[in-house]
Design a protein around this ligand. Sequence first.
Ligand code: 13P
Length: 248
Amino acid sequence: MRQTLVAGNWKLNGSKESIQTLVKGIADGMSGVGGKAVAVCPPYVYIPMVADLVEGANIGLGAQDVADQESGAFTGEVSAAMLKDVGCQYVIVGHSERRSIYGEKDEDTAAKYVAGQKEGLIPILCVGELLEEREAGDTENVVARQLDAVINLAGVESLADAVIAYEPVWAIGTGKTASPEQAQEVHAFIRGKIAALNEDVAEKVQILYGGSVNGSNAAELFAMEDIDGGLIGGASLTSEAFLAICTA
Ligand code: 13P
């Protein structure tokens, strides 16, 4: 049985004050989330503060991106070792906003995935198709290509120590959630693709769904066989909305 994980991706949001309120609110509600794992991914600069706030609260901590390099002359970058040093367990790689707004390629994402794992971080590898790719019937090709970049560089076994997040780009921040059946179809495709290479890894890897998840639709999404939790954007920014998903 795979454990359910609900992770909040705060993106470019928050202040010291709002984040203190948010994390305290989540910590206070943790008794209601049952056996689920919960994690939050703040902007880099707030990670040390959140590390202090989550101490003893059973809330995991992740970053939203990471450098593909270890150290040196890479202005503006933050390394996996630094993230580990300040208390992260997870790092999101290949989020569609990194891919589409900042031009990150499949190979860049794969290099970040490897950099994170090398330091013992659990990569949350995001994959997902654009609306036009779905409409052209290309969803599985796109997701397969994004996964293959990582499998080719790091090996399929590496996915035993990773999390995959399927986030259809057309469902992110749009209020248009994939239906549980639409999401399950792609999750099953992902697990089947991995199973063709290694059945044990496929059985073990957590595959999260992301894209307009909220307290009203989380339960039916998480009930699907191959959906092992969610990566939450907008609804992770208040403790009420986030806890409604965590307790779903
Ligand atoms: P929303 O939940 O705001 O649609 O964002 C999803 C997402 O991109 C999480 O990484």
